[in-house]
Design a protein around this ligand. Structure first.
Ligand code: SF4
Ligand code: SF4
Length: 286
């Protein structure tokens, strides 16, 4: 049994979560990725500055995303020095036992993402097995480990075997729809691809493909921003990954959580928004 994962929410006793993107820098170049860069961008901050600024807003639980966060200078020092639990999404490019002792135990939840354009399956699975082995006889200190594979049409047919083998290792393995916001003209699936994927019945990380509009995507009252936010590489915080409502900047002292739900007209498609936000569809006059 892995260590417990905190509930995220605005109620008493529930935890606040900041999803941070300190940089879009990544050592991979996945063709389906919309959030990657080969150089650090102007205005990005060091991880030491992120640590101090996050402590300044009360040290929320932090999910480090990117880009690939483990390529950033000072990554291990940030992880070992941050005073609250952490979460992370990583492509697991580096052997897990090459990090300093204690790094992995600082995380309550880690999503390992497998990208077949950059690593073969057996090498990725071997690294995942080494990560699990670090917690042999210390299961109660192991982060909960999920694994996602983007269900690119090029490898749809390999997904059942990959997911079965990762699940057998002890990972919560899922495929993930190619995910573009509603209205984005970028290519995702043909109707035939989507039907083929669904016919396989592999576990998916969300129930609707990104190109599909959810039935409740009209006006809503949503609590995103009260206990959950996204912070971009320059420190600008928004209440979720899709809606532009600004919560201030982490680095200039203007950041604040919302004090109640707010109206939202944004189409809500990303899996993480639907995981952490609670919203109520509003009746409209149209
Ligand atoms: S590893 Fe992740 S962040 Fe990097 S290019 Fe691939 S999908 Fe994008
Ligand atoms: S309804 Fe969806 S898009 Fe709107 S604020 Fe909430 S999570 Fe974000």
């Amino acid at each position: 049994m892995s260590r417990p994962v905190a509930d995220i929410g605005p109620g008493l006793g529930q935890t606040r979560l900041a999803i941070i993107l300190p940089s879009l820098l990544c050592n991979y170049d996945c063709p389906y990725c919309r959030i990657k860069a080969k150089t650090r961008q102007r205005g990005e901050h060091t991880l030491a500055a992120w640590r101090d600024a996050l402590i300044g807003i009360g040290a929320p639980l932090v999910h480090i995303a990117g880009g690939e966060p483990t390529v950033l200078k000072g990554f291990a020092e940030f992880v070992l020095g941050y005073p609250a639990p952490l979460r992370m999404t990583t492509n697991l490019w580096r052997a897990p036992d090459r990090w300093p002792p204690g790094v992995w135990a600082r995380f309550e939840y880690v999503t390992l993402s497998f990208h077949p354009d950059h690593t073969d399956f057996d090498a990725f699975a071997a690294r995942a097995a080494r990560l699990l082995a670090l917690f042999h006889r210390r299961e109660d200190q192991r982060p909960r480990l999920a694994c996602t594979i983007v269900a690119d049409p090029r490898w749809i047919d390999a997904l059942p075997d990959w997911i079965e083998r990762l699940t057998a290792l002890g990972l919560d393995a899922r495929a993930q729809y190619l995910n573009r916001p509603v209205g984005d003209a970028g290519s995702t699936y043909t109707a035939a691809d989507l039907a083929r994927l669904r016919a396989l019945g592999v576990p998916m990380s969300s129930d609707a493909a990104g190109q599909e509009a959810h039935a409740d995507n009209g006006a809503k009252m949503c609590d995103a921003g009260m206990a959950y936010c996204h912070i971009d590489p320059r420190g600008n915080a928004h209440r979720c990954s899709r809606d532009p409502l600004w919560l201030g900047n982490l680095f200039d002292g203007s950041f604040d959580w919302l004090d109640g739900p707010r109206r939202c007209e944004t189409a809500c498609t990303e899996a993480c928004d639907r995981t952490f936000a609670r919203f109520t569809p509003l009746e409209t006059d149209s």
